[in-house]
Design a protein around this ligand. Structure first.
Ligand code: SF4
Length: 285
């Protein structure tokens, strides 16, 4: 793992592409991801971003934006005015191309320092997206921020399958991520389980009942088809993920599978689908 400390020129990126209906800005405290060689890294949508990786292997590098909080402080008011001039809330997706609580965060605390800055200079809305149960280290801070802005936490859980054949282990167990959702909910934070990308499921009814019992507010279901930035999922088809999924369930690599699972999930919780779900649009039975 090559870790490099860098100074960023900007930290609030104005949303484009699939993020445009979701938020006004994204924020990424790191470039690259220390979980890139775990299960989620195999199908990670970001690994295909050549501008970002600049030829480096996904999971082999992390650039640490050590000055991110200072740059946020300098630019947040202007970016908020920019969003408001367009008639939209200053809504931040944290993070769109990295993991805020990846292993490097234990040492560098860029995410924590950003959150501390945001408590005093909050956006209007924020989505915190994580695979990592180390978010617990900052639960008090996340709860404080949720008092200052409209905040929801998306915890990525691809389903109830712990390991797919041929893939490395995930950054955290399914059980531990459900437990994180439970803790978020108990702290009064809007908690969303993101099945993204959706894996083949063992027992969806039991799983969704378990999420509802944990106090989860909603579920987002996102398939790699349409979810990876291509209509047919062509980027992901080049990775090992679809073969691993098919080894468990042949139908799981078809978009109809997403819709079937979503219909089942609606018996238990409000459900959002792909980009519209990330934007916070849910439907119930
Ligand atoms: S934690 Fe997120 S950013 Fe990192 S490899 Fe997994 S999916 Fe990609």
């Amino acid at each position: 793992m090559e870790i490099t400390e860098i100074q960023c020129q900007s930290i609030l990126t104005r949303a484009s592409g699939y993020l445009k209906p979701v938020c006004s800005h994204s924020i990424n405290p790191y470039v690259g991801c220390g979980f890139g060689r775990s299960a989620c890294g195999v199908g990670c949508y970001v690994r295909h971003n050549a501008w970002l990786t600049r030829g480096r292997d996904w999971g082999a590098f992390v650039d640490v934006k050590t000055n991110a909080p200072e740059i946020y402080l300098k630019t947040c008011d202007a970016e908020q005015r920019w969003a408001h001039r367009r008639g939209q809330p200053f809504a931040i997706f944290f993070s769109s191309s990295t993991e805020p609580w990846q292993p490097a965060e234990k040492q560098y605390r860029v995410t924590r320092r950003l959150l501390e800055t945001m408590v005093t200079h909050p956006p209007d809305e924020m989505i915190l997206q994580t695979h990592a149960t180390a978010m617990r280290d900052d639960l008090d801070l996340v709860a404080a921020l949720s008092q200052k802005c409209q905040l929801r936490v998306h915890v990525s859980i691809e389903g109830d399958t712990e390991h797919l054949p041929g893939l490395p282990p995930p950054p955290a167990t399914v059980k531990d991520r459900v437990e994180l959702l439970r803790q978020l909910s108990s702290a009064g934070i809007f908690a969303v389980a993101c099945l993204s990308p959706l894996y083949p499921m063992q027992n969806p009814a039991v799983f969704f009942e378990q999420l509802a019992g944990a106090g989860v507010d909603a579920v987002v279901i996102d398939h790699f088809i349409e979810g990876d930035g291509t209509r047919e999922g062509s980027r992901t088809w080049k990775t090992a993920l679809p073969r691993s999924m098919e080894a468990v369930s042949a139908e799981s690599t078809r978009l109809e599978y997403r819709d079937r699972i979503a219909a089942m999930a609606r018996n238990y919780l409000p459900v959002g689908i792909s980009a519209s779900g990330f934007a916070g649009h849910y439907s119930s039975l």
